[in-house]
Design a protein around this ligand. Structure first.
Ligand code: CDP
Ligand code: MG
Length: 740
């Protein structure tokens, strides 16, 4: 399988000297022979290839060797992770004594709900027990995870436990990365991927058991899968579904799944002392960092887990600790970041155990709340915030906001401190806030998202009556209706609410409907080459980085890529220039570009390209006809149009504002990170980001004359007069009702 993978990558269009072993094979390295010089296994930094390598006999080396190229400071001396053998470790987990009960319950019931604390062994053991219990005869065991990082890391762990190379008996599949083979029997995957698999196989016949793990996270895909699997189980009596979670309202789930059996596994938690603030804290970030430093100075041994809201905060926190570590009193404090968008090879570093006298602090997003277990945590610092998606069905705009967590989340976070010994949780908020201001549980994502993607999915697997789909918690009707309307405007649904040929084609791409429409139109506009790159670049955030101390220089370098037409063309410039320079190890660094992200964009691009090519689409470049690219962008984002407005006076000067082209127009501004300084009259944008003001992000100049051409259903021929579709909606509603 390993060699197959090399062939596959070598035969792709990218030149063969590109560093290819970036992510997946943490326990493998190649014996690479640099021209004129021998390199020992593990010494090769595949990320910084300035040479071309010849691949000579691939050889498995230990993970310790392959870690040899880690940053010196971060490379803690390895101590043996655990004196126990893998079998002993497996048998020591709380879930082990329930092994037979689980196998029996799944044999005898179509649905089972398993509730056990984080670290009990649900994710790693359930699939193995079921395979051992004989389910393999009927098909594979799938286990879904809401997060890519968790799917990959747990699959690697289970491959170790199983004693196979990842991708053989135990594998994973996430978007743009399929590490499974014909021998795979335990497949970890994101919930989004399983939902995509339903497209080609509604009853998921290749699986004997499907475990929907981390069900309490209530991601939009998991919620939709609840409904689909409930239906599939009716059609296929041999299908088994396990819902597993650390914290969920088991009764509610049981009721939904036809009074399913509930198996609750008691945990072995130590007490956690909760410390609230006496008064509200205004700057949770600095308060959290100070708490971490104080714990290090005052408290006995034990690692710290500090929850922050996103990559920016985590990187800032990491830098602060790195700086502090130069002084004596903090020299034995090691910081580790963990967030979903982090490159996989760096993520595994957080599992490196600390040695006596050392302490590690992990700065994590919600990912460490339940889906990742990090051993050794004794102290938790919880500022009480999370970055969450919210959706305004009226404007159709989704945005990310930092909001207070729920009580259930707070309790999960504090629980992380009590796994190995009694622990302490420092909450950077008052008890009053916990009791009176926090919601009991997090609002399911399906109730705060744009649903067009999910509805297109449901429509294409034949779920016609969306308004009456069996949701565990139905989304607001306004969101359903606005998604139906959006899909109609994108030509993905017809007047009867049925999926069109265009809709079917759009659904083949693993991207949101707006992007899919952009891509489809680019075929007609003969500019797919550029549009694929733009979509790939938009799908990996944080391409540019801007270190605090070098902001001016970083901005200057970023300006090199500016394009008069806007940010999308700037992204295209970045990618094209990178492709010309990727062999230069300093090029990304010099231009303040995130090299890993560019490789990710490369992977996304390759994937989209192969989907187009498999349909026999010829890929054309727009050449000098840039307006084709602009029109294709409009075809996907015609709803996001803004027109230059009057001047608005602010204390710091006059700023030109824009008005969105809506029934109720919003006043918006061009984000300072945009390369559009000329303030064009008309723009199309991807997002609105609300901070001090509402800012447009990823903006391109347009000509409003294009709108009725690329979005006939929304814009009447007069140019910018909109069709608000109210008559159509009445029709859609009637149809939905008649379907009852
Ligand atoms: O899913 P649940 O939280 O119940 O537990 P799990 O993820 O199956 O973890 C069970 C044990 O495996 C824990 O003690 C983890 O420390 C260990 N584990 C690991 O060492 N590496 C991983 N990538 C995942 C789990
Ligand atoms: Mg788990």
């Amino acid at each position: 399988n390993f060699l197959k993978n090399i062939d596959y990558r070598m035969s792709s269009k990218i030149p063969t000297n590109i560093p290819i072993f970036k992510n997946e094979y943490s326990t493998m390295a190649l014996v690479a022979k640099q021209k004129n010089k021998n390199i020992q296994p593990g010494q090769v930094s595949f990320q910084q290839s300035s040479f071309s390598y010849e691949w000579v006999n691939p050889k498995i080396v230990t993970s310790k060797q392959s870690n040899a190229n880690l940053n010196q400071k971060q490379q803690l001396p390895m101590i043996q992770r655990n004196k126990m053998t893998i079998t002993e470790q497996r048998q020591s987990l709380p879930i082990f004594s329930y092994r037979e009960d689980i196998i029996r319950a799944v044999t005898n019931n179509q649905f089972l709900i398993v509730q056990a604390e984080t670290g009990s062994g649900k994710t790693t053991q359930l699939p193995q027990y079921l395979i051992e219990g004989g389910f393999i005869i009927k098909g594979k065991v799938a286990c879904t995870q809401p997060r890519r990082v968790a799917a990959v890391s747990v699959a690697k762990r289970v491959a170790d436990e199983y004693g196979c190379i990842i991708g053989q008996e135990v594998g994973y599949k996430i978007r743009y990365d399929d590490v499974t083979s014909s021998s795979t029997i335990i497949k970890y995957m994101t919930d989004g991927i399983l939902l995509r698999e339903c497209l080609s196989d509604k009853t998921l016949d290749s699986y004997s058991v499907i475990i929907l793990d981390e069900a309490h996270e209530r991601t939009i895909y998991t919620d939709v899968l609840f409904g689909i699997l409930k239906e599939a189980a009716k059609k296929r009596p041999s299908l088994r579904v396990v819902i597993s979670s650390a914290t969920l309202n088991a009764q509610k789930f049981s009721k939904y799944f036809n009074d399913a059996k509930i198996l609750t596994i008691p945990g072995s938690m130590f007490p956690v002392e909760i410390k609230f603030r006496a008064s509200p804290e205004h700057d949770y970030f600095n308060a959290a960092i100070n708490t971490v430093l104080n714990i290090h100075l005052r408290e006995p041994a034990g690692d710290i887990l500090c929850f922050l809201t996103g990559q920016d905060e985590i990187e800032r926190a990491y830098d602060i600790i790195e700086e502090k570590a130069c002084s004596n009193e903090f020299s034995n404090l090691f910081a580790f970041p963990i967030y979903s968008a982090m490159p996989f090879e760096e993520q595994s570093e957080i599992f490196t155990p600390t040695q006596r006298g050392q302490r590690k602090v992990i700065f994590a997003t919600n990912i460490a709340e339940t889906s990742m277990t990090i051993d050794g945590i004794v102290y938790v610092v919880d500022p009480g915030f999370v970055k969450q998606k919210i959706y305004d069905a009226k404007t159709g705009i989704e945005s990310l906001m930092i909001i207070p967590i729920s009580k259930a989340s707070a309790d999960q976070r504090s629980g992380r401190a009590g796994r190995i010994s009694p622990g302490k949780c420092y909450r950077i908020y008052t008890e009053q806030a916990y009791l009176t201001e926090m919601l009991d549980s997090t609002v399911p994502e399906i109730q705060r998202s744009n649903l067009s993607n999910v509805i297109l999915h449901l429509k294409s697997i034949g779920v016609g009556d969306i308004l009456n789909f069996d949701f565990l918690d139905p989304p607001p009707r306004s969101s359903l209706v606005s998604a139906l309307k959006e899909l109609y405007l994108l030509d993905a649904l017809d007047e009867d609410g049925k999926i069109t040929t265009i809709g079917q084609k759009m659904n083949r791409f693993p991207i949101d409907p707006n992007y899919a429409k952009m891509l489809l139109l680019s075929e007609d506009m003969k500019c797919s080459d550029e549009i694929i790159t733009i979509i790939a670049m938009l799908s990996v955030p944080n391409i540019f980085y801007r270190p605090k101390k070098q902001q001016a220089l970083a901005d200057e370098r970023k300006n090199i890529f500016n394009h008069a037409v806007g940010d999308h063309l700037r992204l295209l410039n970045v990618y094209n220039k990178w492709e010309m320079n990727y062999t230069n190890p300093n090029w990304c660094k010099n231009h303040y570009l995130n090299e890993n992200k560019l490789y990710e964009a490369y992977e996304v691009r390759k994937n989209l390209l192969s989907i187009l090519e498999s349909r026999g689409v010829e890929i054309f470049s727009a050449g000098k006809n840039i307006s084709r690219i602009q029109m294709a962008i409009c075809a996907g984002f015609f709803k996001n149009i803004a027109r230059k407005d009057s001047e608005t006076i602010f204390s710091r000067g006059t700023v030109k504002s824009y008005k969105t082209l809506d029934k109720n127009p919003e006043t918006v501004f061009i984000h300072p990170s945009s390369c559009l300084f000329q303030l064009p009259k008309w723009v199309v944008f991807n997002n609105i980001r609300e901070t001090s003001k509402k800012f447009l992000q990823d903006i391109t100049v347009i000509d409003p004359q294009w709108l009725p051409i690329v979005a006939k259903r929304m814009y009447r021929s007069t140019g910018v007069e909109r069709n608000d579709c109210d008559d159509l909606l009445a029709l859609l509603n009637t149809i939905q009702r008649l379907n009852l």
